[in-house]
Design a protein around this ligand. Structure first.
Ligand code: PGA
Length: 250
């Protein structure tokens, strides 16, 4: 089985001004200098340049939290892949549950966004996850399979190894309620099975867990065989906490 480099991503959401982002990066970099993991900072659009400039010469990657699927056009308020690439941004979160829930992000648009990101050489971090009702109704696998098939429908099986998948149960996001290690592992293993069945090198795909990851639970979650990293929200706002999670990845 190929070695998968751990992937630890900070999803700042709508937090951090340019000054706050710069302060965070300056505090983080010395703390994580020895890491062998991929460390990715998903900053708001306005702070991307400040983060990019500070991380030059380090292994830290920078990601946006969304993008439009077209290169340009009459889409007021949107940002495109070429605009991100021009800033030296390397990755983009797509399909976060908050965007699906509050901004009507659809699977149809996501299929186009994932394909566009790969064409533009941006690494997509595709988020999938079930609601509490779906989990309680025993429909978790059905929901995830549907999201994965729809959101990946615009790419060839051979491209899957360039996509990062984040499994984020909606009921665990920002709630302090983490999936149990068993639930997280079982579900990430299921996601890998779905990818394997579609063809392509599923064993090379990094699958992250997200949902109330913090220094106290990171090591256990990251030790599980099908969990290759974390997408961290609340605990990524503090450089010390995020550094501790990066350390937990080894
Ligand atoms: P959380 O958010 O760590 O605050 O639960 C995770 C996410 O939404 O990516």
């Amino acid at each position: 089985m190929p070695e998968r480099t751990p992937y630890i991503a900070a999803n700042w959401k709508m937090h951090k001004t340019v000054a706050e982002a710069a302060e965070f990066v300056d505090a983080l970099l010395p703390r994580i200098a020895a890491t062998q993991s991929d460390v990715v900072l998903c900053a708001p659009f306005t702070a991307l340049t400040a983060v990019v400039e500070r991380r030059y010469g380090t292994a830290v990657k920078v990601a946006a939290q969304n993008m439009h699927e077209e290169d340009s056009g009459a889409f007021t308020g949107e940002v495109s892949a070429p605009m991100l690439v021009e800033l030296d941004v390397e990755a983009v979160i797509l399909g976060h549950s908050e965007r699906r829930q509050y901004f009507n992000e659809t699977d149809e648009a996501l299929a186009r966004k994932v394909a566009k990101a790969l064409t533009a050489d941006l690494e997509p971090i595709l988020c999938v996850g079930e609601s509490e009702e779906a989990r309680d109704a025993g429909e978790t696998e059905e929901v995830l399979e549907r999201q994965l098939q729809a959101d990946l429908s615009g790419i060839e099986p051979g491209q899957i190894e360039n996509v990062v998948i984040a499994y984020e149960p909606i009921w665990a996001i920002g709630t302090g309620r983490t999936a149990t290690p068993e639930q997280a592992e079982e579900t990430c293993a299921f996601i890998r099975d779905v990818l394997r069945a579609r063809g392509g090198a599923a064993d090379r795909v990094r699958i992250l867990y997200g949902g109330s990851v913090k220094p106290a639970n990171a090591a256990e979650l990251l030790s599980l065989p099908d969990i290759d990293g974390a997408l961290v929200g609340g605990a990524s706002l503090d450089a010390e906490d995020f550094a501790a999670i990066v350390e937990a990845a080894g």
